[in-house]
Design a protein around this ligand. Structure first.
Ligand code: NAD
Length: 509
Protein backbone atom coordinates (compact mmCIF):
# COMPACT_ATOMS: atom_id res chain seq x y z
CA UNK A 1 0.00 0.00 0.00
CA UNK A 2 1.31 3.42 -0.91
CA UNK A 3 2.06 5.88 1.85
CA UNK A 4 0.82 8.73 -0.31
CA UNK A 5 -2.89 9.34 -0.30
CA UNK A 6 -4.20 10.85 -3.52
CA UNK A 7 -7.51 12.53 -4.02
CA UNK A 8 -9.62 11.75 -7.02
CA UNK A 9 -12.71 13.42 -8.36
CA UNK A 10 -15.69 11.18 -7.72
CA UNK A 11 -18.28 13.36 -9.31
CA UNK A 12 -19.51 14.37 -5.86
CA UNK A 13 -19.04 17.84 -4.41
CA UNK A 14 -16.02 16.86 -2.35
CA UNK A 15 -13.38 14.53 -3.71
CA UNK A 16 -13.11 11.19 -1.96
CA UNK A 17 -9.58 10.34 -0.85
CA UNK A 18 -8.05 7.25 -2.38
CA UNK A 19 -5.10 4.96 -1.77
CA UNK A 20 -3.03 2.74 -4.04
CA UNK A 21 -2.26 -0.93 -3.58
CA UNK A 22 1.30 -1.68 -4.66
CA UNK A 23 3.05 -4.75 -5.96
CA UNK A 24 5.47 -5.50 -3.10
CA UNK A 25 8.03 -6.99 -5.52
CA UNK A 26 8.13 -4.19 -8.10
CA UNK A 27 6.52 -1.20 -6.40
CA UNK A 28 4.07 -0.88 -9.33
CA UNK A 29 0.59 0.40 -8.61
CA UNK A 30 -1.84 -2.52 -8.87
CA UNK A 31 -4.99 -0.51 -8.21
CA UNK A 32 -6.44 2.67 -6.72
CA UNK A 33 -9.29 2.42 -4.24
CA UNK A 34 -11.45 4.83 -2.26
CA UNK A 35 -10.91 5.47 1.42
CA UNK A 36 -14.43 4.99 2.70
CA UNK A 37 -15.46 7.24 5.58
CA UNK A 38 -18.22 6.70 8.13
CA UNK A 39 -20.98 7.82 5.73
CA UNK A 40 -19.82 5.36 3.04
CA UNK A 41 -19.57 2.51 5.53
CA UNK A 42 -23.01 3.27 6.98
CA UNK A 43 -24.45 3.37 3.45
CA UNK A 44 -22.93 -0.05 2.69
CA UNK A 45 -24.42 -1.46 5.89
CA UNK A 46 -27.82 0.06 5.00
CA UNK A 47 -27.64 -1.53 1.55
CA UNK A 48 -26.77 -4.89 3.09
CA UNK A 49 -29.69 -4.49 5.50
CA UNK A 50 -32.05 -3.85 2.63
CA UNK A 51 -30.87 -6.93 0.76
CA UNK A 52 -31.21 -9.00 3.91
CA UNK A 53 -34.93 -9.76 3.58
CA UNK A 54 -34.54 -11.06 0.01
CA UNK A 55 -31.51 -13.16 0.92
CA UNK A 56 -33.23 -14.66 3.99
CA UNK A 57 -36.43 -15.42 2.11
CA UNK A 58 -34.49 -17.46 -0.43
CA UNK A 59 -34.03 -20.08 2.26
CA UNK A 60 -31.19 -22.58 2.38
CA UNK A 61 -31.90 -24.04 -1.06
CA UNK A 62 -32.11 -20.70 -2.83
CA UNK A 63 -28.93 -19.42 -1.22
CA UNK A 64 -27.19 -22.67 -2.02
CA UNK A 65 -27.86 -22.13 -5.74
CA UNK A 66 -26.28 -18.66 -5.70
CA UNK A 67 -23.32 -19.70 -3.57
CA UNK A 68 -22.59 -22.69 -5.80
CA UNK A 69 -22.85 -20.42 -8.81
CA UNK A 70 -20.30 -18.07 -7.22
CA UNK A 71 -18.06 -21.05 -6.51
CA UNK A 72 -18.19 -21.98 -10.21
CA UNK A 73 -17.45 -18.43 -11.37
CA UNK A 74 -14.43 -18.25 -9.06
CA UNK A 75 -13.25 -21.64 -10.26
CA UNK A 76 -13.51 -20.62 -13.91
CA UNK A 77 -11.61 -17.40 -13.17
CA UNK A 78 -9.11 -19.05 -10.83
CA UNK A 79 -6.02 -18.04 -12.80
CA UNK A 80 -7.25 -14.47 -13.12
CA UNK A 81 -7.78 -14.31 -9.37
CA UNK A 82 -4.42 -15.99 -8.64
CA UNK A 83 -2.65 -13.52 -10.93
CA UNK A 84 -4.17 -10.60 -9.01
CA UNK A 85 -3.18 -12.20 -5.68
CA UNK A 86 0.35 -12.67 -7.05
CA UNK A 87 0.65 -9.03 -8.12
CA UNK A 88 -0.98 -7.49 -5.07
CA UNK A 89 0.46 -9.72 -2.34
CA UNK A 90 3.68 -10.99 -3.94
CA UNK A 91 3.00 -14.70 -3.38
CA UNK A 92 3.83 -17.17 -6.17
CA UNK A 93 1.01 -17.88 -8.62
CA UNK A 94 0.90 -21.56 -7.54
CA UNK A 95 0.44 -20.63 -3.87
CA UNK A 96 -2.32 -18.20 -4.81
CA UNK A 97 -4.03 -20.93 -6.82
CA UNK A 98 -3.89 -23.30 -3.87
CA UNK A 99 -5.25 -20.71 -1.46
CA UNK A 100 -8.17 -19.72 -3.69
CA UNK A 101 -8.88 -23.39 -4.45
CA UNK A 102 -9.27 -24.23 -0.76
CA UNK A 103 -11.57 -21.25 -0.26
CA UNK A 104 -13.74 -22.48 -3.15
CA UNK A 105 -14.04 -25.88 -1.49
CA UNK A 106 -15.26 -24.17 1.69
CA UNK A 107 -17.87 -22.18 -0.24
CA UNK A 108 -19.28 -25.43 -1.63
CA UNK A 109 -19.30 -27.11 1.79
CA UNK A 110 -21.03 -24.23 3.56
CA UNK A 111 -23.63 -23.94 0.79
CA UNK A 112 -24.42 -27.65 0.85
CA UNK A 113 -24.48 -28.16 4.62
CA UNK A 114 -26.14 -25.01 5.96
CA UNK A 115 -29.65 -26.52 5.88
CA UNK A 116 -28.65 -29.65 7.78
CA UNK A 117 -26.62 -27.81 10.43
CA UNK A 118 -28.87 -24.78 10.93
CA UNK A 119 -32.33 -25.86 9.88
CA UNK A 120 -35.12 -26.53 12.36
CA UNK A 121 -34.89 -29.87 14.13
CA UNK A 122 -36.99 -31.52 16.77
CA UNK A 123 -35.32 -32.17 20.11
CA UNK A 124 -36.35 -34.19 23.13
CA UNK A 125 -38.38 -32.19 25.63
CA UNK A 126 -37.40 -34.43 28.55
CA UNK A 127 -39.55 -36.27 31.09
CA UNK A 128 -40.47 -33.25 33.17
CA UNK A 129 -41.86 -31.42 30.14
CA UNK A 130 -43.07 -34.40 28.11
CA UNK A 131 -46.32 -32.60 27.27
CA UNK A 132 -44.29 -30.20 25.10
CA UNK A 133 -42.83 -30.60 21.62
CA UNK A 134 -39.49 -28.80 21.24
CA UNK A 135 -37.49 -27.52 18.28
CA UNK A 136 -34.26 -25.66 17.78
CA UNK A 137 -33.09 -23.76 14.74
CA UNK A 138 -30.32 -21.27 13.97
CA UNK A 139 -31.44 -17.93 12.60
CA UNK A 140 -29.23 -15.46 10.72
CA UNK A 141 -28.03 -12.44 12.68
CA UNK A 142 -28.68 -9.92 9.89
CA UNK A 143 -25.66 -7.99 8.60
CA UNK A 144 -22.15 -9.27 9.33
CA UNK A 145 -19.07 -7.06 8.96
CA UNK A 146 -15.97 -8.96 7.84
CA UNK A 147 -12.53 -7.37 8.31
CA UNK A 148 -9.70 -9.20 6.57
CA UNK A 149 -5.90 -9.37 6.56
CA UNK A 150 -3.55 -9.37 3.56
CA UNK A 151 -1.58 -12.59 4.07
CA UNK A 152 -4.37 -14.89 2.83
CA UNK A 153 -6.64 -12.35 1.16
CA UNK A 154 -9.03 -14.99 -0.21
CA UNK A 155 -8.96 -18.00 2.10
CA UNK A 156 -9.18 -16.00 5.31
CA UNK A 157 -12.07 -13.59 4.66
CA UNK A 158 -13.98 -16.16 2.59
CA UNK A 159 -13.89 -18.43 5.66
CA UNK A 160 -16.18 -15.88 7.32
CA UNK A 161 -17.99 -14.50 4.27
CA UNK A 162 -19.26 -17.79 2.83
CA UNK A 163 -20.31 -19.23 6.18
CA UNK A 164 -22.11 -15.98 7.09
CA UNK A 165 -23.85 -15.88 3.70
CA UNK A 166 -24.83 -19.55 3.78
CA UNK A 167 -26.38 -18.96 7.21
CA UNK A 168 -28.58 -16.24 5.70
CA UNK A 169 -26.72 -13.04 6.56
CA UNK A 170 -25.72 -10.29 4.20
CA UNK A 171 -22.16 -9.02 4.50
CA UNK A 172 -20.07 -5.85 4.36
CA UNK A 173 -16.45 -6.73 3.70
CA UNK A 174 -13.44 -4.53 4.46
CA UNK A 175 -10.32 -6.14 2.96
CA UNK A 176 -6.81 -5.22 4.05
CA UNK A 177 -5.43 -1.99 2.61
CA UNK A 178 -2.63 -4.15 1.12
CA UNK A 179 -5.02 -6.35 -0.89
CA UNK A 180 -8.12 -4.30 -1.74
CA UNK A 181 -8.08 -5.43 -5.38
CA UNK A 182 -8.53 -9.05 -4.34
CA UNK A 183 -11.39 -7.96 -2.06
CA UNK A 184 -13.02 -6.13 -4.96
CA UNK A 185 -12.67 -9.21 -7.18
CA UNK A 186 -14.49 -11.36 -4.61
CA UNK A 187 -17.32 -8.88 -4.14
CA UNK A 188 -17.71 -8.11 -7.86
CA UNK A 189 -17.94 -11.77 -8.84
CA UNK A 190 -20.54 -12.45 -6.15
CA UNK A 191 -22.55 -9.36 -7.07
CA UNK A 192 -22.56 -10.51 -10.69
CA UNK A 193 -24.07 -13.82 -9.60
CA UNK A 194 -26.86 -12.17 -7.55
CA UNK A 195 -27.66 -9.76 -10.40
CA UNK A 196 -26.37 -6.63 -8.70
CA UNK A 197 -28.15 -7.08 -5.36
CA UNK A 198 -26.06 -5.72 -2.44
CA UNK A 199 -25.82 -9.02 -0.56
CA UNK A 200 -22.01 -8.87 -0.31
CA UNK A 201 -20.72 -5.31 -0.14
CA UNK A 202 -17.25 -3.84 -0.23
CA UNK A 203 -15.78 -0.97 1.76
CA UNK A 204 -12.13 -0.08 1.28
CA UNK A 205 -9.67 2.00 3.24
CA UNK A 206 -7.19 1.85 6.09
CA UNK A 207 -7.72 0.94 9.75
CA UNK A 208 -10.13 3.81 10.26
CA UNK A 209 -12.55 2.34 7.71
CA UNK A 210 -12.39 -0.93 9.66
CA UNK A 211 -13.19 1.02 12.82
CA UNK A 212 -16.23 2.60 11.13
CA UNK A 213 -17.46 -0.87 10.26
CA UNK A 214 -17.15 -1.92 13.93
CA UNK A 215 -19.25 1.06 15.02
CA UNK A 216 -21.82 0.79 12.21
CA UNK A 217 -25.16 -0.95 12.72
CA UNK A 218 -23.82 -4.46 12.04
CA UNK A 219 -24.98 -7.50 13.96
CA UNK A 220 -21.57 -9.15 14.24
CA UNK A 221 -17.95 -8.48 13.31
CA UNK A 222 -15.72 -11.28 12.02
CA UNK A 223 -12.19 -9.96 12.36
CA UNK A 224 -9.01 -11.60 11.14
CA UNK A 225 -5.71 -9.84 11.77
CA UNK A 226 -3.21 -9.12 14.50
CA UNK A 227 -4.03 -9.60 18.19
CA UNK A 228 -3.32 -5.88 18.80
CA UNK A 229 -5.96 -4.79 16.28
CA UNK A 230 -8.29 -7.51 17.57
CA UNK A 231 -8.27 -5.76 20.96
CA UNK A 232 -9.23 -2.45 19.32
CA UNK A 233 -12.01 -4.15 17.36
CA UNK A 234 -13.39 -5.72 20.52
CA UNK A 235 -13.24 -2.44 22.42
CA UNK A 236 -15.12 -0.63 19.64
CA UNK A 237 -17.73 -3.39 19.42
CA UNK A 238 -18.21 -3.37 23.20
CA UNK A 239 -19.84 0.07 22.92
CA UNK A 240 -22.82 -1.40 21.09
CA UNK A 241 -22.59 -4.94 22.48
CA UNK A 242 -21.85 -6.16 18.95
CA UNK A 243 -20.52 -9.72 19.12
CA UNK A 244 -17.15 -10.51 17.54
CA UNK A 245 -15.15 -13.40 16.19
CA UNK A 246 -11.44 -12.77 16.58
CA UNK A 247 -9.05 -14.77 14.39
CA UNK A 248 -5.70 -13.35 15.47
CA UNK A 249 -1.97 -14.12 15.43
CA UNK A 250 -0.07 -17.24 16.39
CA UNK A 251 3.31 -18.66 17.34
CA UNK A 252 2.74 -22.25 16.34
CA UNK A 253 5.14 -25.04 17.20
CA UNK A 254 5.87 -28.33 15.47
CA UNK A 255 6.96 -31.17 17.74
CA UNK A 256 9.25 -33.93 16.45
CA UNK A 257 9.29 -37.10 18.54
CA UNK A 258 12.11 -39.63 18.42
CA UNK A 259 10.10 -42.08 16.29
CA UNK A 260 9.12 -39.49 13.66
CA UNK A 261 9.80 -39.74 9.95
CA UNK A 262 12.51 -37.07 9.97
CA UNK A 263 12.50 -36.44 6.25
CA UNK A 264 8.75 -35.81 6.24
CA UNK A 265 8.96 -33.69 9.40
CA UNK A 266 11.73 -31.53 7.91
CA UNK A 267 9.82 -31.07 4.64
CA UNK A 268 6.69 -30.04 6.52
CA UNK A 269 8.51 -27.70 8.90
CA UNK A 270 10.33 -26.01 6.05
CA UNK A 271 7.17 -25.52 4.03
CA UNK A 272 5.10 -24.32 6.97
CA UNK A 273 7.84 -21.85 7.97
CA UNK A 274 8.96 -20.48 4.61
CA UNK A 275 5.99 -20.63 2.23
CA UNK A 276 4.16 -17.33 1.75
CA UNK A 277 7.39 -15.74 3.07
CA UNK A 278 6.49 -17.00 6.55
CA UNK A 279 3.40 -14.79 6.60
CA UNK A 280 1.02 -17.52 7.71
CA UNK A 281 -0.95 -17.23 10.93
CA UNK A 282 -0.88 -21.04 11.24
CA UNK A 283 2.70 -21.30 9.94
CA UNK A 284 5.39 -23.05 11.94
CA UNK A 285 7.62 -20.60 13.82
CA UNK A 286 9.12 -22.97 16.42
CA UNK A 287 10.23 -26.62 16.27
CA UNK A 288 10.89 -28.73 19.37
CA UNK A 289 12.85 -31.88 18.54
CA UNK A 290 13.59 -34.85 20.77
CA UNK A 291 17.30 -34.58 21.59
CA UNK A 292 17.91 -38.14 20.36
CA UNK A 293 17.04 -37.09 16.79
CA UNK A 294 17.97 -33.42 16.95
CA UNK A 295 21.22 -33.60 14.96
CA UNK A 296 19.87 -35.74 12.09
CA UNK A 297 16.72 -33.60 11.95
CA UNK A 298 18.69 -30.35 11.62
CA UNK A 299 20.98 -31.96 9.02
CA UNK A 300 17.94 -33.03 6.99
CA UNK A 301 16.36 -29.58 7.36
CA UNK A 302 19.51 -27.89 6.06
CA UNK A 303 19.81 -30.37 3.20
CA UNK A 304 16.26 -29.58 2.08
CA UNK A 305 16.65 -25.82 2.67
CA UNK A 306 19.76 -25.57 0.49
CA UNK A 307 17.80 -24.81 -2.70
CA UNK A 308 15.10 -22.64 -1.16
CA UNK A 309 15.19 -19.08 -2.42
CA UNK A 310 12.67 -16.26 -2.57
CA UNK A 311 11.85 -14.30 -5.72
CA UNK A 312 9.12 -12.92 -7.91
CA UNK A 313 10.15 -15.12 -10.84
CA UNK A 314 9.06 -18.72 -11.41
CA UNK A 315 12.02 -20.08 -9.43
CA UNK A 316 11.16 -18.17 -6.27
CA UNK A 317 9.38 -20.48 -3.83
CA UNK A 318 8.14 -17.56 -1.84
CA UNK A 319 7.79 -13.85 -2.46
CA UNK A 320 8.76 -10.59 -0.77
CA UNK A 321 7.44 -9.40 2.56
CA UNK A 322 4.02 -8.02 1.62
CA UNK A 323 4.17 -5.35 4.30
CA UNK A 324 7.59 -3.65 4.21
CA UNK A 325 7.37 -2.59 7.88
CA UNK A 326 7.47 -6.28 8.87
CA UNK A 327 11.12 -6.46 7.73
CA UNK A 328 12.16 -4.45 10.79
CA UNK A 329 10.32 -6.87 13.09
CA UNK A 330 11.94 -9.92 11.43
CA UNK A 331 15.44 -8.40 11.67
CA UNK A 332 14.90 -7.47 15.34
CA UNK A 333 13.78 -11.01 16.20
CA UNK A 334 16.79 -12.61 14.47
CA UNK A 335 19.26 -10.17 16.05
CA UNK A 336 17.76 -10.66 19.49
CA UNK A 337 17.89 -14.47 19.17
CA UNK A 338 21.54 -14.41 18.10
CA UNK A 339 22.48 -11.86 20.80
CA UNK A 340 20.92 -14.14 23.44
CA UNK A 341 22.98 -17.13 22.28
CA UNK A 342 20.95 -18.65 19.42
CA UNK A 343 22.94 -20.18 16.57
CA UNK A 344 22.18 -19.17 12.96
CA UNK A 345 22.68 -22.40 11.01
CA UNK A 346 21.17 -20.83 7.88
CA UNK A 347 20.76 -17.13 7.10
CA UNK A 348 20.83 -14.76 10.06
CA UNK A 349 20.53 -10.99 10.56
CA UNK A 350 21.98 -10.31 7.07
CA UNK A 351 19.24 -12.44 5.49
CA UNK A 352 16.83 -9.51 5.79
CA UNK A 353 17.00 -7.42 2.60
CA UNK A 354 14.99 -4.50 1.26
CA UNK A 355 12.05 -6.61 0.16
CA UNK A 356 13.02 -10.26 0.56
CA UNK A 357 14.18 -12.29 3.54
CA UNK A 358 16.43 -15.27 2.79
CA UNK A 359 15.50 -18.47 4.65
CA UNK A 360 16.78 -18.36 8.19
CA UNK A 361 17.10 -21.27 10.63
CA UNK A 362 18.20 -20.65 14.20
CA UNK A 363 18.92 -23.36 16.77
CA UNK A 364 19.35 -23.36 20.56
CA UNK A 365 17.44 -20.11 20.88
CA UNK A 366 16.64 -19.17 24.50
CA UNK A 367 12.95 -19.38 25.27
CA UNK A 368 12.79 -15.75 26.38
CA UNK A 369 13.92 -14.47 22.96
CA UNK A 370 11.52 -12.37 20.92
CA UNK A 371 11.79 -14.97 18.15
CA UNK A 372 10.23 -17.50 20.54
CA UNK A 373 7.71 -15.32 22.36
CA UNK A 374 6.40 -12.99 19.62
CA UNK A 375 4.93 -13.62 16.17
CA UNK A 376 7.80 -13.09 13.68
CA UNK A 377 5.80 -13.46 10.44
CA UNK A 378 8.89 -14.08 8.32
CA UNK A 379 10.66 -17.06 6.69
CA UNK A 380 12.47 -17.97 9.88
CA UNK A 381 12.46 -21.11 11.97
CA UNK A 382 13.56 -21.69 15.56
CA UNK A 383 14.69 -25.30 16.16
CA UNK A 384 15.38 -26.26 19.76
CA UNK A 385 16.21 -29.68 21.27
CA UNK A 386 14.13 -31.07 24.15
CA UNK A 387 14.89 -33.91 26.55
CA UNK A 388 11.36 -35.33 26.50
CA UNK A 389 7.96 -34.89 24.95
CA UNK A 390 6.73 -33.46 28.27
CA UNK A 391 9.27 -30.70 27.84
CA UNK A 392 8.23 -30.21 24.20
CA UNK A 393 4.59 -29.80 25.24
CA UNK A 394 5.46 -27.49 28.12
CA UNK A 395 7.48 -25.21 25.82
CA UNK A 396 4.88 -25.36 23.08
CA UNK A 397 2.20 -24.27 25.54
CA UNK A 398 4.35 -21.56 27.16
CA UNK A 399 2.96 -18.92 24.83
CA UNK A 400 0.22 -16.34 25.07
CA UNK A 401 -0.98 -17.54 21.67
CA UNK A 402 -2.83 -20.78 20.98
CA UNK A 403 -3.73 -21.04 17.33
CA UNK A 404 -2.53 -24.33 15.84
CA UNK A 405 0.51 -26.62 15.57
CA UNK A 406 1.72 -30.03 14.49
CA UNK A 407 3.17 -33.25 15.88
CA UNK A 408 5.43 -35.64 13.99
CA UNK A 409 5.75 -39.06 15.56
CA UNK A 410 4.10 -42.45 15.88
CA UNK A 411 3.40 -44.05 19.25
CA UNK A 412 2.67 -40.98 21.35
CA UNK A 413 1.54 -38.55 18.64
CA UNK A 414 -2.15 -38.48 19.56
CA UNK A 415 -1.44 -38.06 23.29
CA UNK A 416 0.90 -35.18 22.50
CA UNK A 417 -1.67 -33.54 20.19
CA UNK A 418 -4.33 -33.74 22.91
CA UNK A 419 -2.11 -31.89 25.36
CA UNK A 420 -1.31 -28.95 23.10
CA UNK A 421 -3.27 -25.87 24.11
CA UNK A 422 -4.36 -24.66 20.70
CA UNK A 423 -7.43 -24.66 18.48
CA UNK A 424 -6.00 -27.00 15.82
CA UNK A 425 -3.29 -29.66 15.59
CA UNK A 426 -2.16 -31.81 12.64
CA UNK A 427 -0.41 -35.14 13.19
CA UNK A 428 2.28 -36.05 10.64
CA UNK A 429 1.33 -33.16 8.36
CA UNK A 430 0.98 -29.40 8.68
CA UNK A 431 -2.02 -27.09 8.28
CA UNK A 432 -4.22 -29.94 7.01
CA UNK A 433 -7.11 -28.99 9.31
CA UNK A 434 -7.60 -25.75 7.33
CA UNK A 435 -8.43 -27.74 4.21
CA UNK A 436 -10.99 -29.98 5.90
CA UNK A 437 -14.27 -28.08 5.69
CA UNK A 438 -15.92 -30.06 8.49
CA UNK A 439 -13.32 -28.93 11.04
CA UNK A 440 -13.63 -25.72 13.04
CA UNK A 441 -10.89 -23.12 12.57
CA UNK A 442 -9.81 -20.74 15.34
CA UNK A 443 -7.64 -20.32 18.40
CA UNK A 444 -7.46 -19.66 22.12
CA UNK A 445 -5.66 -17.02 24.19
CA UNK A 446 -4.17 -14.15 22.19
CA UNK A 447 -5.00 -16.06 19.00
CA UNK A 448 -8.63 -15.11 19.54
CA UNK A 449 -11.95 -16.88 19.94
CA UNK A 450 -14.95 -18.01 17.97
CA UNK A 451 -14.75 -20.40 15.04
CA UNK A 452 -15.06 -20.27 11.29
CA UNK A 453 -15.44 -23.37 9.04
CA UNK A 454 -17.51 -26.48 9.63
CA UNK A 455 -20.77 -26.65 11.59
CA UNK A 456 -19.29 -24.39 14.30
CA UNK A 457 -18.43 -21.84 11.64
CA UNK A 458 -22.00 -21.82 10.34
CA UNK A 459 -23.47 -21.46 13.83
CA UNK A 460 -21.04 -18.62 14.59
CA UNK A 461 -23.09 -16.35 12.32
CA UNK A 462 -26.49 -17.21 13.79
CA UNK A 463 -28.45 -17.09 16.99
CA UNK A 464 -30.06 -20.18 18.40
CA UNK A 465 -33.84 -20.03 18.41
CA UNK A 466 -35.81 -22.34 20.70
CA UNK A 467 -39.52 -23.05 20.12
CA UNK A 468 -41.82 -25.25 22.19
CA UNK A 469 -45.44 -26.12 21.57
CA UNK A 470 -47.80 -27.54 24.18
CA UNK A 471 -49.16 -30.83 22.86
CA UNK A 472 -51.45 -31.64 25.81
CA UNK A 473 -52.26 -30.33 29.24
CA UNK A 474 -49.45 -30.99 31.72
CA UNK A 475 -49.88 -33.66 34.37
CA UNK A 476 -48.64 -31.07 36.85
CA UNK A 477 -49.58 -27.44 36.23
CA UNK A 478 -46.44 -25.63 37.36
CA UNK A 479 -46.74 -22.33 35.49
CA UNK A 480 -49.74 -21.01 37.34
CA UNK A 481 -50.31 -18.55 40.16
CA UNK A 482 -52.89 -20.97 41.57
CA UNK A 483 -50.36 -23.80 41.88
CA UNK A 484 -50.99 -25.64 45.13
CA UNK A 485 -48.78 -27.37 47.68
CA UNK A 486 -49.86 -30.85 46.46
CA UNK A 487 -48.53 -30.07 42.98
CA UNK A 488 -45.24 -28.86 44.44
CA UNK A 489 -44.90 -32.03 46.56
CA UNK A 490 -45.55 -34.19 43.51
CA UNK A 491 -42.98 -32.22 41.56
CA UNK A 492 -40.44 -32.79 44.35
CA UNK A 493 -41.25 -36.50 44.35
CA UNK A 494 -40.78 -36.85 40.60
CA UNK A 495 -37.51 -34.94 40.88
CA UNK A 496 -36.30 -37.32 43.60
CA UNK A 497 -37.15 -40.32 41.43
CA UNK A 498 -35.39 -38.79 38.43
CA UNK A 499 -32.32 -37.27 40.04
CA UNK A 500 -32.09 -38.23 43.67
CA UNK A 501 -30.75 -41.71 43.23
CA UNK A 502 -27.00 -41.07 42.97
CA UNK A 503 -25.40 -44.23 44.35
CA UNK A 504 -21.94 -43.40 45.53
CA UNK A 505 -19.78 -40.34 45.21
CA UNK A 506 -16.87 -40.75 42.79
CA UNK A 507 -13.76 -41.94 44.58
CA UNK A 508 -11.41 -39.17 45.58
CA UNK A 509 -8.29 -39.22 43.36
P1 NAD B 1 -3.90 -6.02 11.04
O1 NAD B 1 -4.41 -6.27 12.41
O2 NAD B 1 -2.89 -4.97 10.85
O3 NAD B 1 -5.10 -5.64 10.04
C1 NAD B 1 -6.18 -6.50 9.81
C2 NAD B 1 -7.36 -5.69 9.29
O4 NAD B 1 -7.82 -4.84 10.33
C3 NAD B 1 -7.04 -4.78 8.10
O5 NAD B 1 -8.09 -4.84 7.20
C4 NAD B 1 -6.94 -3.41 8.74
O6 NAD B 1 -7.22 -2.35 7.88
C5 NAD B 1 -8.00 -3.52 9.82
N1 NAD B 1 -7.85 -2.58 10.95
C6 NAD B 1 -6.73 -1.94 11.37
N2 NAD B 1 -7.02 -1.17 12.43
C7 NAD B 1 -8.33 -1.33 12.70
C8 NAD B 1 -9.21 -0.82 13.70
N3 NAD B 1 -8.80 0.01 14.64
N4 NAD B 1 -10.50 -1.23 13.68
C9 NAD B 1 -10.93 -2.11 12.74
N5 NAD B 1 -10.15 -2.61 11.77
C10 NAD B 1 -8.87 -2.24 11.75
O7 NAD B 1 -3.39 -7.42 10.51
P2 NAD B 1 -2.64 -7.75 9.14
O8 NAD B 1 -1.26 -7.22 9.23
O9 NAD B 1 -3.49 -7.36 8.00
O10 NAD B 1 -2.62 -9.36 9.17
C11 NAD B 1 -1.60 -10.09 9.77
C12 NAD B 1 -2.06 -10.65 11.10
O11 NAD B 1 -3.24 -11.40 10.91
C13 NAD B 1 -1.06 -11.60 11.72
O12 NAD B 1 -0.99 -11.38 13.10
C14 NAD B 1 -1.66 -12.97 11.44
O13 NAD B 1 -1.26 -13.98 12.33
C15 NAD B 1 -3.10 -12.66 11.55
N6 NAD B 1 -3.92 -13.66 10.85
C16 NAD B 1 -4.68 -14.51 11.59
C17 NAD B 1 -5.44 -15.48 10.97
C18 NAD B 1 -6.30 -16.44 11.76
O14 NAD B 1 -7.14 -17.08 11.16
N7 NAD B 1 -6.14 -16.57 13.06
C19 NAD B 1 -5.43 -15.58 9.57
C20 NAD B 1 -4.65 -14.70 8.85
C21 NAD B 1 -3.91 -13.73 9.51
Amino acid sequence: MTATIDTAETGADTPQPTFDSLNPATGDVVGTHPIDDKAHVDAAVDAAREASAWWQELGFDGRKEYLLQWRSVLTRRLHQLADLMHREGGKPHGDALLEAGLAIDHIAWAAKHAAKVLGRRKVSSGLLMSNQAAWVEYRPLGVVGVIGPWNYPVFTPVGSIDYALAAGNTVVFKPSEYTPGVGRFLVDTFTEVVHGRPVLNLVTGLGETGHHLCTAAVDKIAFTGSSATGRKVMAACAETLTPVVIEAGGKDALIVDEDADLEAAAEAALWAAMSNAGQTCIGTERVYVHERVFEPFVAELLRQAADVRPGYDDGGVYGPATMPTQLTVIRRHIEDAVAKGGKAVLGGPDAVGDAYVQPTILTHVPEDSLAVTEETFGPTLIVNPVASMDEAIERTNATKYGLAGAVFGQKRAMQIAERIRSGMTSINSVISFAAIPTLPFGGVGDSGFGRIHGPDGLREFTYAKAITRQRMKPALMLQSLTRDKKTEDRFALILTVLHGGSKTLPKRR
